[in-house]
Write a protein that binds this ligand. Sequence first.
Ligand code: G6P
Length: 470
Amino acid sequence: MAVASDFVVVSNRLPVDRTDDETEPWRRSPGGLVTAVDPVMRRNAGAWVGWPGQPDVTVEPFDFDGLRLVPVTLSRDDVQLYYEGFSNDTIWPLYHDVIAAPTYHRAWWDAYVRVNRRFAEAASEVAADNATVWVHDYQLQLVPQMLRELRPDVTIGYFHHIPFPAYGIYAQLPWRKQVLEGLLGADVIGFQRVADAGNFARAVRRQLGYDTKAGSIAVPTADGGTRTAIAKAYPISIDASVYEELARRPDIRARAAEIRESLGNPKAILLGVDRLDYTKGIGHRLKAYGELLTDGRLSVHDVTLVQVASPSRERVQTYMQLRDEIELAVGRINGDADELGTTAIQYLHHSYPREEMVALYLAADVMLVTALRDGMNLVAKEYVASRVDGGGALVLSEFTGAADELTQAISVNPHDIAGLKDAIMQAIEMPQKERDRRMRALRRRVRENDVARWSQRFLTDLDSARRSRS
Ligand code: G6P
């Protein structure tokens, strides 16, 4: 019989990666969420329910590094229909403003319902009486309601890490009512931006006809009454102190210098760091940069763009196609611009440990975040937190959640290629004094609203919800 927990986190992925090393089969993944909820987990003998990241892996709940992990098995079919299909080929493109066309398949929806129920059941089995359960992200939107039906005693929070689209887009979803009802099973529903919470409330009014007022939604109950669900913005962040400490380490600073050296000590290093995803605007960034080279406003002798594109969702067709497009563009630009011994774009299709990322952040004069739509974009915050030297400049798309907070960045509309080119030039040519002033303000913001504050704000509201229920 499993030990019951007072605090349960539920997310599609567990916070550990399976390795091929038999002596160390699991490794903690460096996600910010783990750091954020770690203190709460420890205080409350917390448990984490999630998928181990590979099909057909069945493992009993186990303890790892002080965390109780409860693996949920997904078959090959589940992975294809629920994860690659409904989560990443229906909801992901729909919620990111249909940058890619969403695909609607009834069989994918059926798998989504089935797998969400499996997660809800796993959470219900591990939650103690009157426990608090915190569900995460778009893969699990039906879990709050399913869990409430199984366990009316528990208090349920849900945090949505990606955008929630405007009603006109959301309305395309054939299962739009069911998804809203699923989310409304939670007592507190958190979003990245005020606009996302507003879009959600509007969809609830239009589709379900419930009253919503200043983030409070009156949800009808079976006994003919109503209960209140809160829908509000809680912008997520990073553990800024971890990045600051890494950025101060002599070995990491030496590595930053080595990176600059290996790139031929150019006058300016530009950097892009993204999952290889069509929402990230990598193509727009390459187009702007390529044109700056052909226009002669930049020269390969003076600048290099380092583009880290970490592999992601590689079995989904749209992602395969994107990879081909990006790699074709990189090849063309390098072919046109390079001379022997120069590199216009250093393209890296890998992911790197956090230490190496911080070294790259320190080495880069300009960070390019040109997402077409992004729930938050933590890379922008990581870059800012790492610049303990006060250097560096951030070009930031206005379509990211981070843009609401990082107002001292150089703001861009990535669809406007001429504007993007000017913004890149502005960042490269920015006088040192202005760089310092902007970076100081950015760093203050990231330090003040760090991930501990984010989880604390959310969990405080969830705790108020719990107390008002009893
Ligand atoms: C985004 C989502 C997360 C997801 C991550 C990586 O940040 O909000 O829920 O885990 O991408 O994607 P993956 O499909 O590899 O889990």
